[in-house]
Design a protein around this ligand. Structure first.
Ligand SMILES: [Zn+2]
Length: 410
């Protein structure tokens, strides 16, 4: 047999392979590659990367590398302490394949990072037989390198959303999305005006001045922050956020109806939350039939449900005057459902009317916002087990890199 030896896979800069051995007796087959400095090259300082001179020999470190043919591979590395003239001190030499504090090679770390894009930390850890903490540390470290900065270049239309961190806890995070590209630009703690101010603080005056519209929930704190920071921007209460807010009305009416329902009626209402809040188009035939039954037996829920469809109809108008008329009609109709939650909601619609009608100029589609919202919830379940909101933020930014809008308009 001819060709390269396995050593070819370990041709790192400034070191050479001096021996290789395979261990079969252990549970996991392993290979050890011994590396020593290649004396043809000057060592480098690990702090500044500049040339240094050898101070002393004899340091050794074991570093895990990528598996080869199912065998775990460890590099047994000899390295040196060096004198760096630039740093004016003795430090360890720079290795081209691993950091000084890492017990694994850069390329294994990169592989871990790639796996973490599609697998949970636990699954990656089990797959590679690494500690989950190590896997998470690697993933977070490389995410920081790629996504730490807030890039506010070219933003025109934003969508702001809130994400609750834990059920029952009052922790919220604010998410800023570049509506046009679908990129998550920023995430921060809280959902107060100051929370969003922290985002605007990362922008230049010019960048703030370029914001044309911001879609958001009917939420006073966000409104205040946008008015303060981008007074020229139109505030848009888009259909997604308005229907989401209306969902709370449906939920409260449903609960009240359940409490006063007869035993037979309760059977219909029980477990109907999902049916009432989902888009009818997303329900399968069986669930749709259940929904129809429920609406037949409960008049109040039926009215509230029909109002949901009519609320959506307001957003089909692209002429402001017509949309306004539809909104007024809706409020008059909804007022007939006498319920405190409904009254509050009507009050909000009237108070935030201008922003609702702004959809005529900025028709911000629901599907994109809904898609982002749902996917963030999935990431939260997977990543937030660590109770590390920074890690969660970075994972979200990674999941929504955005696509550059094409030059075509349509
Ligand atoms: Zn140096």
């Amino acid at each position: 047999m001819s060709g390269l030896s396995i050593a070819a896979h370990f041709s790192f800069a400034r070191v050479k392979v001096i021996s290789q051995s395979v261990h079969r007796e252990c549970q996991v087959p392993g290979a050890i590659i011994q590396l020593a400095p290649d004396r043809r090259f000057r060592p480098l300082c690990h702090l500044c990367g500049g040339p240094a001179s050898v101070h002393s020999q004899g340091l050794r470190r074991i570093v895990r590398d990528l598996d080869v043919a199912g065998a775990q591979v460890y590099l047994d590395v000899q390295y040196r302490r060096v004198n760096c003239p630039a740093c004016n001190r003795a430090v360890v030499e720079k290795l081209s394949f691993a950091g000084t504090s890492m017990r694994l090679t850069y390329r294994l770390a990169r592989y871990v990072y790639e796996l973490c894009k599609v697998m949970t930390v636990q699954d990656v850890a089990a797959h590679l037989e690494l500690d989950p903490k190590t896997v998470k540390t690697i993933d977070k470290h490389l995410l920081e390198e790629e996504f730490a900065d807030t890039d506010c270049e070219g933003l025109k239309v934003l969508a702001v959303d809130e994400i609750s961190l834990c059920r029952g806890q009052r922790g919220y995070m604010s998410v800023v999305l570049d509506y046009q590209s679908g990129r998550v630009v920023w995430m921060g703690q809280g959902r107060k005006a100051e929370s969003l101010d922290a985002f605007f603080a990362t922008m230049s005056q010019q960048q703030k001045g370029a914001i044309e519209a911001v879609a958001m929930d009917m939420w006073e704190a966000y409104v205040r922050s946008v008015r303060q920071n981008c007074p020229q921007a139109k505030i848009v209460f888009d259909l997604f956020h308005v229907v989401k807010a209306y969902g709370e009305v449906i939920d409260e009416v449903r609960r009240q109806e359940y409490r006063k329902a007869s035993f037979q009626q309760r059977a219909y209402i029980k477990g109907s939350r999902y049916l009432l809040l989902s888009n009818r188009e997303n329900l399968d035939a069986q669930k749709r039939a259940r929904l129809e039954e429920l609406l037949e037996v409960n008049e109040r829920l039926s009215a509230v449900y029909i109002l949901k469809d009519q609320l959506k109809a307001i957003y089909r108008y692209s002429r402001r005057r017509w949309a306004q008329r539809a909104l007024e009609q809706w409020c008059a109709l909804a007022a007939q459902v006498e319920h405190p939650a409904m009254r509050r909601f009507i009050g909000r619609l009237q108070y935030f009317r201008e922003g609702i009608l702004n959809h005529c100029e900025y028709p911000i589609g629901t599907s994109k916002l809904e898609g982002v919202n749902n996917r963030i919830k999935v990431i939260k379940r997977k990543a937030y087990g660590f109770h590390d909101s920074r890690y969660f933020t970075l994972k979200v930014k990674q999941a929504f890199p955005g696509v550059k809008p094409t030059t075509e308009t349509g």
